[in-house]
Ligand binder design. Structure first.
Ligand code: PLP
Length: 425
């Protein structure tokens, strides 16, 4: 658990949290996190002092930049406990990582093969597979969720066959923050020789990841959700699987030799990284890893869990609230609706008070359809959020509910009952 002083120090690393013009409570960290000054400075330094391409000119600047970029790759390998550096591919984000895998797997998928996803995937873990199976006349199967909002592994056992080529599942759902039982899923998949892709976008900055222990074939995520820059993602793949991939894109930086008759591609990771990479972003990523490395994941998880439990405890005082899967194993996120209140109205009003939450379907329409709802209000925390912010949020939430004609007579909320621990007023 972090102390009051530690959280204050953490918050001081984030210029946007201390920007008086922009003073607000930011509870939309599942969409993207704020960036620490170390990341911003590293990007600034690259553009002010280095600014060269990589693996092209072989001048001193190019070499320095290249060293920085490869250091980031090595540190990322260590961060997710991959075996080899070559297993870390830089992409533009989770979306590109999944599309790249779908493209490269397409020549391994035949008519009547199937791909399995779950009911609560982000659209970027649905659409690439839909496109692939349509092109191949293959099948898409969907694992439903159980009463805890987790993958129903009993149904998985009925769906999986020897024709299943891939299971692609989120580690943590982006709608409700539910932690899926991926270890068991991976074991089941491998019995059928199916590959497993884990979308770790909502897990990477909250849970310690060991891809070797998990034994997943792919693990993908976006850097902007882990205190790093936008426009950058990671595709981890087992070397023996990535070796079989033919390049997704052709261009500079991924070849040994090109003639008009044929091209000889470089080995991993370069054959999957055509064109000039997001150099500044990759250098910034290294600083995001250093920042996160200052804290243990257990400590982060513990602290964020305290925040989430505190928020749930407060919200439960509101009559007519539904917190989805509130007792399930979760990370730092929760979603709710309040009877007779439209999530959009509430989100807009909270925004007027300087509180940023996410409303809508969260790019996961199928799970909303399954629950027969149009959307939710989502709160998602990061390690710089505080209980004092939750107090303030709750105070304004009640205010907004009054404005939206919430029936006060039925309410049991008691704002003053909670101790305020303001640190950033
Ligand atoms: N998968 C999950 C679970 C997500 O939460 C998100 C983004 O919210 C994505 C995929 C897509 O990430 P990006 O837009 O950074 O590619």
């Amino acid at each position: 658990m972090f102390s009051y002083e530690e959280i204050k120090t953490i918050r001081n690393h984030f210029p946007s949290l201390n920007n008086q013009d922009n003073h607000r409570i930011y509870f939309d960290n599942a969409a993207t996190t704020q960036k620490p000054v170390q990341v911003i400075n590293a990007i600034n330094k690259y553009y002010c002092h280095l600014n060269s391409n990589v693996n092209r000119s072989f001048n001193l600047l190019d070499q320095w930049t290249n060293n920085d970029l490869e250091l980031s790759r090595t540190n990322m390998k260590d961060f997710i406990h991959a075996k080899y550096r070559d297993e870390i591919i830089f992409t533009s984000g989770t979306t590109e990582s999944i599309n790249l895998i779908a493209f490269c797997l397409s020549n391994m998928i035949n008519k009547s093969d199937d791909i399995i996803i779950s009911h609560s995937e982000h659209h970027s873990n649905i659409i690439p597979w839909q496109v692939l199976i349509q092109n191949k006349n293959a099948h898409l199967k969907v694992i439903p969720v159980n009463s805890e909002g987790e993958l129903n592994l009993i149904v998985l056992k009925q769906l999986i066959t020897k024709n299943t080529k891939l299971i692609s599942i989120s580690h943590v759902t982006n709608t409700f923050g539910i932690i899926n039982p991926i270890q068991k899923l991976i074991q089941t998949a491998h019995k059928y020789k199916a590959l497993v892709l884990i979308d770790g976008s909502q897990a990477i900055s909250h849970i310690s990841i060991d891809v070797q222990k998990l034994d997943c074939d792919f693990y993908v995520f976006s850097i902007h959700k882990m205190y790093g820059p936008t426009g950058l993602g990671i595709l981890y793949g087992k070397q023996k699987v990535l070796d079989k991939f033919t390049p997704y894109q052709g261009g500079g930086g991924m070849i040994e030799q090109v003639t008009f008759n044929q091209t000889i591609f470089s080995g991993l990771p370069f054959k999957l990284e055509a064109g000039t990479p997001n150099i500044a972003g990759i250098i910034g990523t290294n600083k995001a890893l250093t920042f996160l490395g200052n804290y243990s994941m257990i400590q982060i998880k513990h602290y964020e869990n305290k925040l989430i439990q505190y928020a749930i405890q407060m919200l439960m005082n509101i009559h007519g609230i539904q917190i989805y899967y509130k007792n399930s194993k979760r990370t730092q996120m929760l979603s709710f609706n309040i009877e007779k209140i439209h999530y959009f109205d509430l989100g807009q009003l909270l925004n007027n008070y300087g509180i940023a939450v996410r409303t809508g379907t969260h790019c996961a329409q199928p799970i909303m359809d399954y629950l027969n709802i149009n959307g939710t209000i989502r709160l998602s925390f990061a390690l710089y959020n505080t209980m004092a912010e939750i107090d303030i949020f709750y105070h304004y939430l009640i205010k907004c509910l009054y404005i939206l004609s919430y029936d006060q007579k039925h309410s049991t909320f008691k704002v003053n009952k909670f101790k305020r621990i303001r640190i950033n007023t």
